[in-house]
Design a protein around this ligand. Structure first.
Ligand SMILES: O=C(O)CCC(=O)C(=O)O
Ligand SMILES: [Fe+2]
Length: 276
């Protein structure tokens, strides 16, 4: 029997009674729907080998190969999100939406915990449907028809954010150029829910405005979206798997476990173009 419990009133769901390694058919469709609506689903006590991780992702749909993260030697489909005990910078340690810099952004990811610190290293998600819904009506009106430009170049380029940290050498794809324009408010491709689709990691400016002109409104939206009531938090345990929807959520990987290693296996799921 599949059972569910909300992680917080605004975001996330824990799913019990499911073995992801075996989930398919109607069971998989039910899981899919939960993730589209709640933004992120957490599954505990899973036993998922790299092969089963890939097989599940293929049953879900297409796999996107991330351009930046190191890949496992045996399985190029699996990206490694790693912080060694000697590194001080982590991956994803700020609010962001993966792949918003792609014109056809990845739908989401399946993250499997492989090595965990003794404490800390939680991941936070924030629900952009809840964030949109709680905006004042005047703001909703103001956002109608607005589009924004997203890129990852300031993060991953040779003079980007990570290059200045001890994560720099582990990353690939520094020569890539990215850029995409999306509506500021999108409709979820499957549920039709209205979602705020700008994020502090990759959204640079509104179309037709400079960065400087855009920043006051962007920062107002970011501050609103990251309010605690839109968030949920996942404490990883051995066997924990999280699957999230990039359209519905932002996420943030806590970097509060200095001196300890943390390693996650990530498969990125393909998505579709986004529309208002
Ligand atoms: O390590 C995590 O919890 C998430 C890191 C991240 O941002 C990602 O895998 O996209
Ligand atoms: Fe991320």
């Amino acid at each position: 029997m599949m059972e569910t419990a909300a992680l917080s009133p605004g975001c996330g769901v824990e799913v019990k009674g499911v073995s992801l390694a075996e989930a398919q058919g109607e069971r998989l469709d039910a899981i899919r729907d939960l993730i589209y609506r709640h933004g992120v689903a957490v599954f505990r006590d899973q036993s998922v080998s790299p092969e089963e991780h890939i097989a599940f992702a293929n049953r879900w749909g297409g796999i996107d190969i991330n351009n930046y993260f190191p890949l496992t030697d045996e399985h190029p489909e699996i990206a490694v999100v790693r912080k060694t005990e000697d590194q001080t910078t982590n991956i994803g340690g700020g609010w962001h939406t993966d792949h918003s810099y792609d014109q056809v952004p990845a739908m989401g990811s399946i993250l499997v915990a492989r090595t965990l610190p003794p404490a800390g290293g939680d991941t936070l998600w924030a629900h952009m449907g809840a964030a949109y819904e709680s905006l004042p009506d005047e703001m909703k009106t103001k956002l109608e028809g607005l589009e924004a430009f997203h890129t990852a170049d300031h993060i991953y380029a040779p003079d980007g954010l990570y290059a200045q940290t001890d994560q720099g050498t582990a990353l690939r794809g520094q020569e890539l150029k990215t850029g995409a324009t999306h509506p500021v408010v999108i409709r979820h491709p499957q549920t039709g829910q209205k979602l705020l689709y700008v994020n502090p990691g990759f959204t640079m400016h509104f179309t037709g405005m400079t960065r400087e002109e855009s920043l006051p409104l962007l920062q107002e939206l970011f501050a609103h979206a990251m309010k605690p009531q839109h968030q949920c938090r996942v404490e990883w345990k051995p066997g924990t798997v999280a699957i999230w929807d990039n359209r519905t959520t932002w996420h943030y990987a806590m970097n509060d476990y200095q001196g300890h290693a943390r390693e996650m296996h990530r498969i990125t799921l393909s998505g579709e173009a986004l529309a208002a």
